[in-house]
Design a protein around this ligand. Structure first.
Ligand SMILES: Nc1nc2c(ncn2[C@@H]2O[C@H](COP(=O)(O)OP(=O)(O)OP(=O)(O)O)[C@@H](O)[C@H]2O)c(=O)[nH]1
Ligand SMILES: [Mg+2]
Length: 302
């Protein structure tokens, strides 16, 4: 079987299925690696032209690569400069998203083929993602194989916390980037080699906005909100709530000290996404965690 990205480390545990081929028999070619690297240009020196800064679709040693783009090639010369810039920026974003979606689809096929339940956990910084994962892993680790991918701009704190529970974890540092992308997850998965029939938690970078645009190939997106953030967050940052299958409201142990109305928060989320499941819990005290565990068990046995 041909397997992308594994060369120097010898035979990997798994291979990815080729898109469009028989997923049981097909080999996975280096789909994204064979794509041309796009949009390279030199950083404009002493230039008054606008520049575009964005994340590139590959990374170096777990770090997102940033790049500057000049406006040196503009086919639509009759357009105003600002319109041309906007058009080019839009094209860059569309290309980035399309390449991400392609890799995400490969990740999804891989997870499906190996019966790995991959969950993408997203919230603002500090809502309690890692605390909930630790509480969850402590309860599940003797029942199902688990692994975690931890996304943060800097530090390996969260991966260290997960490893302290006795679970394999890979830390992805995104540098200035505010989200994980499918390529990062692909590389982290390659390193982790999650077991067949396992649970893979992907803790995204703490951010309620950017990660919403990036499919990682997960089976389910889960958005977390803590009660200290206010009930209007689903209305203010709707994209993530529209995408998620489950909203976890964390830190309910703090409710006696706050003015937040839980019901208003749930209504706000259901206004954006009428089908969203809601679980209110406290990762610290364990209140409500059984409901979360049974949500997981239902998905694991699906
Ligand atoms: N009271 C209370 N505190 C909590 C709860 N869950 C997490 N915390 C606290 O909230 C803080 C942030 O928790 P983390 O688990 O690091 O949050 P996170 O979402 O992983 O943070 P980032 O990875 O930085 O985005 C810590 O001080 C936790 O102890 C909870 O249910 N109740
Ligand atoms: Mg965390």
């Amino acid at each position: 079987m041909s397997i992308y990205g594994y060369g120097e480390r010898g035979e990997p545990a798994h291979s990815y299925p080729e898109q469009g081929s028989d997923s049981q028999n097909g080999d996975y070619a280096a789909v994204a690696d064979k794509k041309p690297r796009q949009f390279h240009a030199d950083i404009p020196q002493n230039s008054s032209q606008p520049i575009i800064i964005h994340h590139h679709y590959y990374h170096h040693n777990g770090d997102v690569h940033h790049h500057y783009h000049g406006n040196e090639q503009m086919p639509e010369f009759d357009m105003p400069v600002s319109d041309r810039c906007q058009k080019q920026m839009l094209q860059v974003e569309l290309d980035v998203l399309s390449q991400n979606n392609h890799i995400a689809e490969c990740n999804r096929r891989y997870f499906t083929l190996h019966h790995i339940l991959a969950l993408n956990l997203i919230s603002s910084p500090g809502s309690g993602k890692t605390t909930l994962l630790m509480a969850t892993l402590n309860r599940l680790r003797n029942k199902v194989a688990c692994a975690a991918i931890e996304g943060d701009q800097q530090t390996s704190h969260d991966a260290d916390r997960i490893r302290a529970v006795g679970i394999q974890a890979v830390q992805v540092n995104t540098g200035k980037g505010c989200y994980l992308d499918a390529e990062m997850v692909r590389e982290a998965t390659r390193q982790l080699k999650p077991a067949e029939h396992s649970l893979l938690f992907i803790e995204n970078v703490g951010n309620l906005v950017c990660p919403a645009s990036f499919d990682l190939g997960e089976q389910h997106k889960i958005v977390m909100l803590s009660v200290t953030e206010g009930e209007d967050k689903p209305l203010k940052y709707p994209m993530m709530f529209a995408e998620a299958e489950l909203m976890i409201i964390n830190k309910v142990d703090l409710l006696p000290y706050l003015n937040i109305e839980l019901e208003a928060c749930i209504q706000a989320a259901r206004c954006i996404n009428p089908d969203i499941d809601v679980i209110a819990l406290s990762a610290s005290t364990g209140e409500g965690i059984d409901q979360w565990l049974s949500w997981l068990e239902t998905r694991l046995s699906a």
